[in-house]
Design a protein around this ligand. Sequence first.
Ligand SMILES: *[C@@H]1O[C@H](CO)[C@@H](O)[C@H](O)[C@H]1NC(C)=O
Length: 232
Amino acid sequence: MLSITSFVCLLLLSLPLLVTAQNIHLSSIPHLSPGVFKGALFRQAPFTPTTEVTKALFENWDAKDFIAVDDRVRGGKSQSYLEVDSKKKTARFYGHLDIKTLGNAGFASQATKSDQKIWDLSKYSGIKFTTLEGDNKRYSISFKNTFLNQNPDGSQESALEYKYLFKGRPRKSSYFVKFSDFKPTYRGRVVDNAAPLNTSDIRVVQFQIASGFGQQQGSFSIKFQDIIASSL
Ligand SMILES: *[C@@H]1O[C@H](CO)[C@@H](O)[C@H](O)[C@H]1NC(C)=O
């Protein structure tokens, strides 16, 4: 006969199994098929996948939402464009990065231009984005909590930006970047001890290419397919 004590013991022993089963992602265990889980060991513990909540930053790309912020504002000659495909599903960031005029410096960027639009992404932990047809140059995506109007001469004051650098691969590539991995920078330099990005108050989304002190230059091109905030 099963005594109360041994029953309790069994229950306690199986507890860790039940607990882990809740947190396991089937996809993270390639050698066990979901069938194995359902059929035997974990029958008592229903598998509850973490539900991902997402929000697209740009439902449909529109070039009119962006403005060029190139080094011309500091006397350089770089130039960038944003070109949206006919179905509004991709945005191509391209142009020419000049480093001669400013002595190995130089940048080109496209930034959202509305002071009306504010993204509240506080429910999410980071963004996913997909790029296509890159040219192996280094690009960045950045967020700003400050919106600054461009002056009539095209120049713009600098603001703290939170930047993620990546290499634009020729093949379709997807990234998931936590907000905490966006580095606070000011005029291209990392700022120590900066306040973290306020994810409830994002006012600018910006694509940029910079020379990195002469490391890259010339024509550039990359396509963005989507940028999606994710709770994962
Ligand atoms: C973040 O932005 C929200 C909305 O503007 C504001 O209420 C809040 O105080 C900000 N948080 C910090 C830490 O600045």
